[in-house]
Design a protein around this ligand. Structure first.
Ligand SMILES: *[C@@H]1O[C@H](CO)[C@@H](O)[C@H](O)[C@H]1NC(C)=O
Ligand SMILES: *[C@@H]1O[C@H](CO)[C@@H](O)[C@H](O)[C@H]1NC(C)=O
Ligand SMILES: *[C@@H]1O[C@H](CO)[C@@H](O)[C@H](O)[C@H]1NC(C)=O
Length: 245
């Protein structure tokens, strides 16, 4: 025990002076604001209350601070966006660099902040300073949100936004049509269901008798109609014709 104590005395001090690596989890704060994208013109972000320290941006819009001035401001979800006037460090290196606030009056460096950037390989971390005033915020990334009703492999952000039939604005709801059940037989006093009147488009079925298109052949007169339509594999069939679409 005494030996161990001596070892700590001899070797302990040099370890205390080791600097912590800002690349390591726990040594940085996470910034997850898609609004900081340089291509986002809306918002009123303010880094006046940001604590000085290391940050790792992780949002899906991208994680690098732009190195070109967002001229005339009103980008990055704020009025006076902050960009990096310099170039990125090589792998493992840390650089001191000036981050400039671009005013909407055209001044690309109305305020300058001495920040640091470290290249951690898969990502960068940034030693940021709180801003001197409001409506100033650091920019990160370039992608933007997909339009309402679109989706993408990038979690709803560009690139690759495409029409999303699952989004409620893109489908109609067909509800209460229990007579469409394959178990229901058309009765003499029924008005046969007639889908030539259906508006072409995406539908969500909400019915007590089931919501999936029937995947086995159905007899004439079932499903509340004369000629029911069913599906096998990816093709639609009806009693008098196969593969009708
Ligand atoms: C960016 O940095 C360069 C080199 O230090 C300097 O000449 C230039 O004026 C800076 N740009 C702005 C907008 O401050
Ligand atoms: C429809 O009929 C089948 C077979 O007779 C039965 O298994 C099924 O539960 C019925 N479905 C409904 C919704 O009544
Ligand atoms: C028909 O649909 C049911 C329920 O979704 C499924 O379990 C069954 O495998 C399907 N049959 C065929 C032939 O696709």
């Amino acid at each position: 025990m005494e030996k161990l104590y001596k070892l700590v005395l001899i070797f302990g001090l040099p370890f205390v002076s080791c600097e912590s690596d800002p690349c390591m989890t726990g040594n940085y704060e996470v910034l997850n604001d898609w609004e900081r994208s340089v291509n986002n013109a809306h918002g009123s972000l303010c880094d006046f209350s940001l604590s000085n320290g290391w940050y790792r941006p992780i949002s899906l819009v991208g994680n690098t601070m732009p190195t070109e001035c967002p001229v005339n401001g009103f980008k990055c979800g704020t009025s006076v966006p902050i960009w990096m006037n310099g170039s990125y460090p090589l792998l493992g290196e840390t650089i001191d660099v000036v981050a400039c606030a671009s005013h909407y009056n055209g001044d690309c460096c109305v305020d300058a902040y001495d920040i640091q950037v470290k290249n951690c390989g898969e990502y960068y971390v940034y030693n940021l300073k709180k801003t001197v005033g409001c409506r100033q915020a650091y920019c990160f990334g370039t992608e933007v949100k997909c339009a309402v009703g679109e989706t993408s492999d990038n979690g709803g952000f560009t690139p690759g936004c495409e029409f999303d039939p699952c989004h409620p604005i893109n489908y109609k709801v067909l509800n209460g049509e229990v007579k469409r059940s394959s178990n229901y037989t058309l009765q003499p006093d029924d008005n046969a269901i007639e889908d030539s009147r259906l508006i072409t488009g995406w539908y969500k079925i909400d019915s007590a008798t089931g919501n999936d298109i029937v995947n086995e052949s159905v007899s004439m007169g079932q499903c509340g109609t004369l000629y029911p339509v069913w599906m096998l594999d990816t093709k639609l069939y009806t009693v008098y014709a196969s593969n009708i679409f």
